[in-house]
Design a protein around this ligand. Structure first.
Ligand code: NAD
Length: 370
């Protein structure tokens, strides 16, 4: 049997580029495996490319060097200045470098910030992307690009932005610090939790959301018990794929709105903000959508999904108070105004006094109001 006519392995999911639409939101080729990053040369060749630009964040040049060595002459440059929230100025600098290198494909090795830079370049050049995620943020599985310019973060959805290949390598998340392991895992769970009550949810998105949540409920305690447990790390990466994919498929509500506001306007760290807000936003929406959120109670116990998430996050040592991230109490009124100024779909009515109370509890680190 020729290589081409072999059926796909169970771990691979194929969608031809022509089938991609923003709402389909399924990357073309998804592979899992410890050490799979070292197959990078064949992945580049498979795309019909020969000149790869490697992207990462400052301080992660070790992993970029390893990928460059595995690629040999097919590595034509490395750009290590990816930043959180994808500043347009950094993208434009990378674009200049990309043109100088005459790259014909992009390889991002890192968390959501590196993936964001790759997507921003793909948006402007339509070059194919191979993403090697090293956190659980899930951006690699979505056609969504958030960019920041002049202190304002805007988001777009475009099939051009959806990566062609994702390589999930458990060996790379072993170095993820414990604190970021926890907050990044909760960041991923937030995508799945909000998918459960999304207005455009369907049976497929529900199944993916539950799959993603279950992977982290099981995997995060295992990973914390032994951060080098590759089987558990791969379980969490599978959860990241499920949660990221569902984020690309259905609309998000209050939780993502609050995190977008707090991250974009107050420069709070992405994963920590998600970890703190998640129990509060879910408890808020459980007032109107308890039945839809029941899978969370089934996985974690208890009869309120927000409280269950609060207890779970606390047991993992997650941050609980926005004040510990540097947000001032005097910022809460402004944050409330920003988060409630435009209507958006959400299961429980969004009112300024209720959101102000939610933010007060999250700022102080209190348990969510139910
Ligand atoms: P990040 O990519 O900024 O990484 C945080 C820090 O951890 C960085 O310093 C990075 O170098 C380091 N790091 C990453 N992986 C590591 C590892 N395995 N070992 C050691 N250090 C490691 O953080 P993030 O939370 O992954 O991504 C946040 C960004 O992703 C935000 O800009 C957010 O808006 C974006 N995002 C976008 C989407 C989307 O669909 N567009 C989805 C989720 C997140």
């Amino acid at each position: 049997m020729s290589e081409q006519s072999k059926p796909p392995k169970p771990e691979e999911y194929h969608v031809t580029p022509a089938q991609k639409t923003a709402s389909d939101a399924t990357a073309a080729r998804v592979q899992f495996g410890a050490g799979i990053r070292l197959t990078i040369a064949s992945e580049v060749a498979r795309l019909g490319a020969a000149r790869a630009l490697i992207l990462t964040t400052p301080g992660r040049s070790d992993v970029a060097k390893e990928i460059a060595a595995a690629l040999g002459t097919a590595a034509v440059g490395t750009f290590s200045k990816a930043q959180m929230h994808t500043p347009v100025a950094v993208t434009l600098e990378a674009l200049d470098y990309l043109e100088t290198c005459a790259a014909d494909c992009l390889i991002a090795i890192g968390g959501g910030s590196t993936t964001g830079l790759s997507k921003a370049l793909a948006y402007r050049t339509d070059l194919p992307q191979i993403i090697i995620p090293t956190t659980y943020a899930g951006s690699e599985a979505t056609p969504i690009l958030g960019q920041t310019e002049g202190g304002v973060k805007t988001t777009l959805s475009d099939p051009k932005v959806l990566p062609e290949v994702i390589l999930y390598d458990a060996e790379l998340v072993v170095t993820l610090p414990v604190a970021l392991t926890v907050t990044s895992g909760l960041n991923a769970m937030a995508h799945a939790a909000e998918a459960l009550y999304a207005p455009n949810r369907n049976a497929g998105s529900d199944a993916l959301a539950v799959q993603g949540l279950a992977a982290f409920v099981k995997g995060l305690p295992q990973v914390l018990a032994d951060t080098t447990n590759l089987r558990a790390r791969e379980g969490t990466l599978r959860g990241a794929w499920a949660c990221g994919t569902v984020l690309g498929q259905v609309g998000m509500g209050l939780h993502h709105k609050l995190c977008h506001t707090l991250g974009g306007s107050f420069d709070l760290p992405h994963a920590d903000t998600h970890a703190i807000i998640l129990p509060h936003a879910i408890a808020y929406n459980a007032r109107s959508a308890a039945a839809l959120l029941a899978p969370i109670c089934e996985l974690l116990g208890g009869d309120n999904a927000g409280l269950a998430l609060y207890t779970f996050a606390k047991s993992l040592g997650a941050p609980r108070a926005l004040r510990d991230l540097g947000l001032k109490e005097t910022d809460l009124d402004h944050a409330t105004m920003l988060a409630t100024s435009k209507p958006y779909p959400n299961p429980h009515p969004v009112t300024a006094p209720d959101i102000r109370a939610l933010l007060q509890a999250a700022w102080a680190g209190d348990a969510p109001e139910v």
